[in-house]
Design a protein around this ligand. Structure first.
Ligand code: FES
Length: 78
C-alpha cells in the first residue's frame, strides 16, 4: 500500500455532535478531515469512530498519526 497523501501538516480542530464519523485515511478527500469516498479504488479505508457526546477534537490531516483519527504530534516531524 502506498503512503497516504499529506493533506496538511497541521491537525483540524472540529466540534462534533454525537454520531458516527469516517475519518479520511487516504488524504484525497475534498471534505477533510472526513471521508468523501475518494479512497475508492485504492487500498485505503476510512477510520470509523463513534462519539456518544458532543466533543472538540484535533483530527489528523497529515495522515501519519499512530492514533487516527486523532493527531498525535507526528506532523511536527514531517
Ligand atoms: S496532523 Fe497528523 S499527527 Fe498531527
Amino acid at each position: 500500500m502506498g503512503k497516504p497523501f499529506i493533506t496538511a501538516k497541521t491537525p483540524a480542530l472540529v466540534t462534533l455532535e454525537p454520531g458516527l464519523f469516517a475519518w479520511c485515511s487516504c488524504g484525497k478527500s475534498n471534505t477533510q478531515p472526513f471521508c468523501d469516498g475518494s479512497h475508492n479504488g485504492t487500498k485505503f479505508i476510512p477510520v470509523l469512530f463513534k462519539l456518544a457526546e458532543k466533543q472538540e477534537a484535533w483530527l489528523c490531516q497529515c495522515k501519519q498519526s499512530k492514533t487516527p483519527p486523532y493527531c498525535d504530534g507526528t506532523h511536527k516531524s514531517l
